[in-house]
Design a protein around this ligand. Sequence first.
Ligand code: IMP
Length: 430
Amino acid sequence: MKKNIVILGTQWGDEGKGKIVDYLSRYSAYVVRYHGGHNAGHTLVVDQKKIVLHLIPSGLLHPDVIGIISNGVVISISELVKEIEMLKKNNFFIDKRLFISNSASLILPFHIALDLEREKKLGVNAIGTTGRGIGPAYEDKIARRSLRIGDLNNEKKLSIKLEKIVNYYNDQLVSIYKHKSFDYKVILKDLLESKNIINDMITDTNIMLYSAIKNKKTIIFEGAQGSLLDIDHGTYPYVTSSNSTIGGVITGTGVGPKSLDYILGVTKAYSTRVGNGPFPTELFNDIDNYLSKKGNEFGSTTGRKRRTGWLDGVALRYAVQLNSLSALCITKLDVLDNLKEIKVCIAYQNMNTLEIHTNTSFNNLENMKPVYEIYPGWMEKTSGITKIEDLPNAAQHYIKCIEKIAGIPVDIISTGPNRNDTILVRNIFL
Ligand code: IMP
């Protein structure tokens, strides 16, 4: 019986992980967000209601699930409080069901200001960040100057630490970027006010997780972003500042690798990317317009139009290797319903040497052009289908081809945004 399941993205984020976490959470006791911050946007549709979560684990919409935001996440307390209130307004009550690690680092207003100013200065060379302060907050963590959630428990120490870090940021913001300076007392007041709301949630989440594992509870680890945005293994420097591949679960929670039973890689039936950076299968034609519109490919955090492209089999195989994936979940299959033919990149060709590569380094994609295989489209509605045998033959063929390219089975297929528009090909908990 598989108990501990990781759900992570194989592409550049926005694969639809949130919906799958929500769908599988009905079978789990705990759901854990383990890296990233409110740069993530997980869109869920429950009872015709659209809910977008940025920090709160997606499984929490089920009334008996316990949510954990573990040490690997960088937390903006003001955003977290906003999200808690939004859920309350929508009649989702999470009292006594959400816990936050005392060793998670904070995102504060000066991180956001620096992120935005740096991007502005970079101009055409900008990373295209979400502007949520993610990079500067992780820099502080590595430089050992972060304010952490646990620091909120000692007002005096918090005040001293905060004054120091605000001075550090003001130096850069004012002198380099001509930004207005921050007053640490204002930030302190806001932090202490929000602290009252989250106080009872703060704990040592590692201990909670060890105990859950010991008691054989089912845990879902919810990834954010995607493998190709990983700080070490992605398309650097056009990446996020955390490990969105499997290692992020280990460092971001304190749970060891032997405790992970099943790793599900979520991939869209095509590709998208927001922000700048290489995207070999990117489309610039009518099909881009079609995918954007039919797939509603606009960022749930920033509203930016996502770049679209064909499914990239080389990148998918890379994600399988990087994450030791057990199986795939294919999302948004229904978006392809009206296409006469569908392409999948099966290799790259180096345009200088004309060599063909079925595996490649994602550090350097310059001169790499995709080599495609073309499949017939099905030109039939698949949205809402819940059994694999009800899919048109051409759609079943497409799934089989993806399995062959990736070398692992497809265990779940999503055919629409609603919780139940889902095909469970295999019971993954067995
Ligand atoms: P940051 O994480 O805000 O620093 O942004 C770095 C890169 O990651 C940018 O290209 C963002 O567009 C991308 N990114 C960050 N979070 C997400 C996400 O949740 N989905 C898709 N792209 C993301």
